[in-house]
Structure formats: C-alpha cells, structure tokens
Design a protein around this ligand. Structure first.
Ligand code: NAD
Ligand code: ZN
Length: 364
C-alpha cells in the first residue's frame, strides 16, 4: 500500500492507495468512527458496482452503514441535492465529530464534502474516490462545490477530508472513456513539474489504461504526492503555485464550453487537448522544442485519447474559442494569464499572452 501524507493547514490526513481498500473499508475507517451508524453517500452507478462490497466491509468491522443513493451525473452537484444530503445527515443525527463517507467520483466527493463543511458548522468526511479523476485530483486538496445557474463550482468551501481511500480495483467497473479522462490529469502532473513521471507515463500508460492495478496504484500515488505538495504550499490559491494545476485547462474549458459541457467532451478529454494546444503554443513562441511538444499528442494517441482538435468534429475557430476564454474569470485587458511549458516537466504562468495571438494560433 502506498500512503501519501497530506498536510494542509495543520490538518494532516492520509491518502491510502492500494488494490482492495474498498473491500477493507470498515477496518480502514474504524479508528476514526465513533458510532456504529455510518452515513454513506454515493450515486446509483457506484452503488450498483460497489455498494455491496462497501456495505459488507463496514458490517464485518461492526458498523451499521446507512445509505443515501443519489442520481449519477454532474446535475447532482446542485442546491437541490446539497439540501437533500444535509437534511438527511441531520435526520441521521450526525454530529460534528462524526464522519460521512463519500463513495463515488468527483461529483459525490464535491457535493458531500460541501455538505460536511456546513453540517453543524463542519463535520468530518472520508473520501472513497471511485474514478481515476477523483483519485488523482478531486479527492485531494479540500475544494468542495456545487454548480448553480451562474456556473460550475461557484459555490463551495475549502474543507479537507479526514482520510482518503483510493482503490485501483474500483476503476475496473469504470467505463474506459472515464479512465482516459482521469488519465489526462495524471499526465498533467508529469508535464507541469515532473519530467521523469511523464517518461514513466510514456512507458506504462498503455498497460495502465488496459487495467494493470500495480501501475494504477503507482500513478495515483505519484499524482497525489504532486497535488498534495502543490496544495500544501498554496491552500487558498494565493501565491500562484496552485494555478499550475490548471495546465491545459484554459483551452480545455473553452472546448468544453464550445461543446456545451456535454457528453461530446469529458472534462479530462478537454484537458488532454488543452495540454496539447498549450505545448504547441509554447513551441510557436519558441519556448519549447517542437519535438518535445509533439511527444504529448503522440502519447495521448498511444493510450487512445483524442489528441487533435480535428478529431472532435467541431468548428473550432480561434475567435470562437477565445470568446469562451473571455468568459473565464481571469481575463485582464486583452491578455490572459496562460500556463505554458518551458520544457516537459516545467510549466509556468505567462502573463502576457495576447488573445489575438492565441486566436491566430488556433486558426493555423
Ligand atoms: P463523476 O463523479 O460524475 O463520475 C463519472 C461517472 O462514472 C458517473 O456516471 C459515475 O456514476 C460513474 N462512476 C464513478 N465511479 C464508478 C465506478 N467505479 N464504476 C462505474 N461507474 C462509476 O465524475 P468525475 O469525473 O469523477 O468528477 C467530475 C467532477 O469532479 C466535476 O464536478 C468536477 O467539477 C469535479 N472536480 C473537482 C475537483 C476538486 O478539486 N474538488 C477537481 C477536479 C474535478
Ligand atoms: Zn481538471
């Protein structure tokens, strides 16, 4: 088992990564749980795939799990289900020192973490992330949120979990497309700060995508280490370090917006394309050797991720995409702070990127 200590704001917790953790969830959580009754929130897909396993694991350890099963999908990160979860936790008589288990992907983690942050002014919660994206990204760092009519993730709180159990076996029931989307965020950690890890991905990515649990464990542990290191130094996004985690996300969000945040492009798929574009744009500005930039799309193609805009079948004209970027909150007088690459393994925030230049690049 890999154990990654996370220490953010003096509230240390562990991210444990190992095959079989879900089937051992009762023993893993036992030292933290004060009562027999344990609230578990999940979504319908995860319940179908892993509900019995986790329920049996908790019962074996002497607990009495109480289940709240929500609809699967991004729409569940809403006021409606936030209220539903909070009211349910109150009815379950959850106290501040109790722990709520969040079993699922980023949707469940974000929603339950937010509910925990406000229940009785903050109760504890444990993340059992079941998507690769949740294991390497959303379950670490303490950001929680819901979506509202005004946009995604605009209402939320910083609230750290008490424990994270990341089980690579959970990914065996996850659709391959979702694994690929999470994998893009894995590659991101290599690109932004760890060249040997990107080389590791080049060597092992295809076998990892095909299901090798040992490789998945290593990739998750290394990603969590990278994220934890960055977040520990910039918990509230004040010194710019945390911004590095947005590599590929400016282009990615524009593409997501262009596809109407629909199933045509998952977030991670947008990020993969976004990192390819960020690398090529860096090469165009003479920052990065072209051959280095091209390693990125070659690798994504090798693991079955779309790496070229043309594969999206979108009208991706530069003006249109830049218009989406203008909607992003970070816009500043015709230029955009933009994450570029100096080399594979070294991202930096360029503050002087002209939107006209980006639009021209996209149209080339
Ligand atoms: P998700 O939670 O919607 O899961 C994707 C799909 O996979 C869902 O249909 C889900 O039911 C299903 N699923 C989950 N685990 C499964 C399993 N083991 N087997 C079978 N099916 C399974 O999406 P996600 O990609 O995990 O997370 C996306 C969310 O995470 C977004 O709302 C995003 O804003 C958020 N996010 C948050 C942070 C953060 O720092 N808090 C970071 C990145 C993303
Ligand atoms: Zn992302």
């Amino acid at each position: 088992m890999a154990v990654v200590p996370v220490d953010i704001a003096g509230r240390p917790y562990e991210v444990r990564v190992a095959p079989g953790l879900l089937a051992d969830a009762g023993n893993q959580c036992a030292p933290l749980l004060r009562k027999a009754r344990v609230p578990v929130v999940t979504d319908a897909n995860v319940e179908a795939a892993w509900g019995k396993t986790v329920d049996a694991a908790l019962r074996r350890a002497g607990f009495e799990p109480r289940w709240k099963v929500l609809p699967a999908g991004e729409a569940t990160k809403s006021w409606r289900y936030l209220a539903e979860v909070v009211d349910w936790l109150l009815a379950e008589e959850v106290e501040r020192k109790d722990h709520v288990l969040a079993l699922g992907g980023g949707v469940i983690g974000d929603l339950v973490g937010f509910a925990a942050s406000m229940l009785k002014r903050g109760c504890r919660f444990i993340q059992l992330p079941t998507t690769l994206l949740a294991q390497v990204d959303s379950s670490v760092g303490g950001k929680t949120a819901i979506n509202t009519a005004a946009g995604k993730n605009l209402v939320g709180a910083f609230h750290q979990p008490a424990l994270v159990l990341a089980d690579p076996l959970a990914l065996e029931t996850l659709p391959r497309r979702e694994v690929g989307a999470g994998y893009a965020e894995v590659v991101k950690y290599g690109l932004l700060g760890d060249a040997p890890f990107f080389a590791w991905c080049e060597a092992h990515g295809p076998a990892l995508m095909d299901g090798d649990p040992a490789l998945r464990e290593q990739a998750v542990a290394r990603s969590v280490q990278a994220k934890a290191r960055i977040v520990a130094q910039d918990e509230f996004e004040t010194n710019g370090l945390r911004a590095l985690l947005n590599l590929g996300h400016t282009f990615g969000h524009a593409l997501e917006a262009e596809t109407g945040f629909s199933n045509r492009l998952l977030h991670g798929e947008g990020v993969a394309l976004g990192m390819v574009l960020a690398a090529r744009y860096s090469a165009r500005r003479g920052l990065l050797a072209e051959a280095e930039a091209e390693r990125i799309p070659v690798h994504f193609a090798a693991v079955g991720l779309r790496a070229e805009l043309a594969e999206l079948g979108l009208d991706t004209d530069g003006r249109g995409l830049v218009a989406h970027m203008l909607h992003d909150k970070k816009m500043d007088a015709g230029t955009l702070p933009f994450l570029l690459l100096r080399s594979i393994g070294e991202a930096f925030l360029a503050r002087d990127v002209a939107l006209d230049d980006v639009a021209a690049f996209l149209d080339e």
